[in-house]
Each structure stands twice: as C-alpha cells, then as structure tokens.
Design a protein around this ligand. Sequence first.
Ligand SMILES: NC(=O)C1=CN([C@@H]2O[C@H](COP(=O)(O)OP(=O)(O)OC[C@H]3O[C@@H](n4cnc5c(N)ncnc54)[C@H](OP(=O)(O)O)[C@@H]3O)[C@@H](O)[C@H]2O)C=CC1
Ligand SMILES: O=C(O)CCC(=O)C(=O)O
Length: 448
Amino acid sequence: MLTDEYVKRVYAQVEKRDGDQPEFLQAVREVFESLEPVVEKHPEYEKAGVLERLVEPERVVKFRVAWTDDEGKVQVNRGYRIQFNSAIGPYKGGLRFHPSVNEGVIKFLGFEQILKNSLTSLPMGGGKGGSDFDPKGKSDAEVMRFCQAFMTELCRHIGQFTDVPAGDINVGAREIGYLFGQYKRIRDEYSGVITGKGLEFGGSLARTEATGYGLCYYTQEALRVLKNDSFEGKTVVISGSGNVAIFATEKAQALGAKVVTASDSNGYVYDPDGIKLDIVKDIKLGHRGRIKEYAERVPGAEYHEGCKGVWTVPCDIALPCATQNEIDEESAKALVANGCKVVCEGANMPSTPEAIAVYQDNGLLYGPAKAANAGGVAVSGLEMSQNSYRLSWTFEEVDNKLKSIMENIVANSLAAAKEYGHEGDLMLGANAAGFVKVANAMVAQGVL
Ligand SMILES: NC(=O)C1=CN([C@@H]2O[C@H](COP(=O)(O)OP(=O)(O)OC[C@H]3O[C@@H](n4cnc5c(N)ncnc54)[C@H](OP(=O)(O)O)[C@@H]3O)[C@@H](O)[C@H]2O)C=CC1
Ligand SMILES: O=C(O)CCC(=O)C(=O)O
C-alpha cells in the first residue's frame, strides 16, 4: 500500500497516463513502495520532481520494420527503443525479440534497467528495446534480413556515447552479429555500439556467462551474509533453458548444488539425478531444439507439458530465469509448501506482487531481479570499457570483477535497507540504493 502523499500522487498520474501498460505499472508500483522512506528523508527529490521525471522516458522511438521472408512475402513488425534515463550514463539495456513485446513491456524493462544499471556502480543509464518479431521457426537468412531492417532504423538513435543496446530474450550471438554488422555498414564506424559481441569483433570474455554466473554469485553472497549458508548440497529449481538459465545452472553446479529442472515455453524436465548441462547445451545452443528432447535422451528424466509445474518440484532454492510473471501466488505457495527457502531472480520481474508477498510472509530470502540479474549488464559495461581501451581482459579478470560487483550489490542493498529502516530487506535495499544515485544526479543536473 502506498502511503506517502508525493509517491501516491505520482503513481496516480502514472495510472492515468499508462493504465493500459500493466507490466509497467507493476514495475513502478513495486519500486515506489520501496521508495517511500527514501523520499520522506530527502524532500529535495520532491522539490526537483524526481519521481515524475523518473517514470517518463526521455525518448520513445517506435518504428516499422519491413523485411522479406524466404517465400518473398513482405512482413512488417514493430520496433522499439525506449531511452529511459541518461542521468548517470548513456542509455544501456538489451533488445528483446518476442511476439509478446509491446510498448508497455519495453517500458517496464527500461524502467527496471535504470535502477539495475545504477546498482552495478558503472556509469550506465537505462534503456531497452526490441520487437514483436518471433525468430522461432525462421531461417538464419530471415533472421538476418530482419536484424538488418531493424538496425537500418535503430542506427539513427544509438551510438557508443549515447545508447548501447545488447541482447535479451531471443537476441543472442547470432542476432548481435547481424545487428552490429549492419550498424557498421550504414554508419561506416567500428565502435562499441552494442555489447554481447562475438569475441572476434570486440566482445568481452565472460559476457555470455555473466547473467547466470552473476545470479549465483549474488545468491551465494546473500546466503553467506544473511543465513551463514551456501549452494553446497542444495537442490535447485531453475526455469528456462536460454542464456541465463544455462549459465546459472553451470555456476550453481560448480558451487556444489544439484539443479533438477530446465524448461521452455512448452514444458519442463525434471531430472532427479541432476541436469546434464552438456545435453541442454546441445539441444538449445547446438540446434535450437525443444527441452522435451532432454527426457528422450536422458533415462530417468521426466518431461511435463506446461511451464508452471516447474514450481511444484521440491527444492531449497528457486532461480526463475525465463520471463516476467512466471511465478504467481499459487506457484509461490507451492514453492513454500515444498521447502523452498530462497528465491533469487534471473529473469526480469518473474514474480507477481502476490508471489513476492508470499515470499515475504514466509521469511524467504528474496533477491529481486534488478539486483540479482545485474551481472549481465555489468559485464556489458566492462565490454564498453575494454572497447574504449581497445584491449581485452582475460576471462578470470572479467569474472573476478563480476563477482565483486555482485557482492557489492548485496552489501549496498543491505546498507540501504538498514539506512531506511528495513534491515535485511534486499528488495527495498536494491530499489533505494539504485534510486538514490540516479536521483542525486537528476537533482544536480537541473530540470531536464
Ligand atoms: N541475457 C541477459 O544477459 C539477461 C537476461 N535477463 C532476463 O532473463 C530472462 C531470460 O533471458 P535470456 O536467457 O537471455 O533469454 P533466452 O531467449 O536465451 O531464453 C529465454 C528462455 O525463457 C523461455 N521463455 C521465454 N518466454 C517464455 C514464456 N512466456 N513462458 C515460459 N518460458 C518462456 C524460453 O523458452 P522458449 O525458447 O520456448 O521461448 C527460453 O527457455 C528474461 O527475463 C531476460 O529479460 C536479465 C538480465 C540479463
Ligand atoms: O547487457 C545489457 O546491456 C543489458 C542486459 C539486459 O537487457 C538486462 O539486464 O535486462
């Protein structure tokens, strides 16, 4: 419940203006609930209209993407780039290609990105983009033509010092390569305009692994500080089988946990002996197959249709790594009933507000997405640094920096939670710590 008058007034304005964007409203409300003690302590934020400005993107770019499929038929998709906030650095955030993409979805992701990027301690503002294009079932040539058409418009709006996109759902190495190539061709410029690049053309070692590894470093540190515990010997349920899920599984296993599930949008597999990651990689990275194939190849593994059932599998730790609102109240209750004590989010906003309330009411250790999954964008920031220096750090150098960034996020979140009277609350702490830096920069830079 919102109680502070200033926060309530700004939220009412957002509801009035953006009432047709449920994901964006959800993201704003969650942040605003955390910010009440912060704005009460800092009246200068209200005076400078910080909240009103924070919820309004600096720029929304929406464009037609016309391309030709393999049959020679013209296809038209919508493209978006939302340049949300540049108070502490150039806009930074991924591109998502998925049929569910619309302006509200990109706005929620861009809004989350502002505070997430601030938490990394690197100089990056918040942005996000994408398209309702669905790469599933498309040939490589179709994906290339789509990416080229998308970048033909996007290239007018981005640049290494203004806005630096990266990947997100369905935008991986293949798409980043095509997007970078087209930017270079049109702008005749070889720069770090996009991150997640191939290692041969300016990518950073450990960027591929960064979000999943970072999620585990964050979880391990939160467990250590708050529970004097670790991944060792724990049973872990992970959703998804894309970039974040695969590398979260890899690191959780390396830290001594048994990961027993993987999923995609059709269903989930349960392997009581522990997921064989080489098989998941072969299916997903090798030939873009469906997770069902895992149960056909691994004796003893079960496949279940539908992705929600993954949350009924008994576990100590749950790491949602697929998509927004994948855990609702019912799933959260099932997790608690089956012994889950920790939920740390690899996906963006994977828990509904009702699910978060269940975690809080039952004393779970809850690591919110904008903190727990910040490792991806953090290493993107390190890729930008390497591109500027024209050099490459080793895997170990980048991985060590990533680990210390994630540990600092836990420490800074806990310090902010304590400062604002909610000791141990990683969600309030992440929102407060991320916000204060951006808010101070906005106040200092005047009304823009
Ligand atoms: N990549 C990154 O660096 C970062 C990603 N994230 C977030 O992590 C999450 C996963 O991203 P990423 O791994 O990169 O994406 P990928 O495209 O690599 O993988 C996404 C996975 O989630 C599944 N999925 C997608 N939509 C749904 C849905 N509606 N219901 C059930 N499952 C679904 C996909 O299954 P299917 O193939 O069937 O669609 C796939 O297994 C997203 O929320 C993203 O925003 C956050 C920070 C950084
Ligand atoms: O690496 C990046 O720039 C962005 C990653 C991303 O999209 C995210 O953090 O959600």
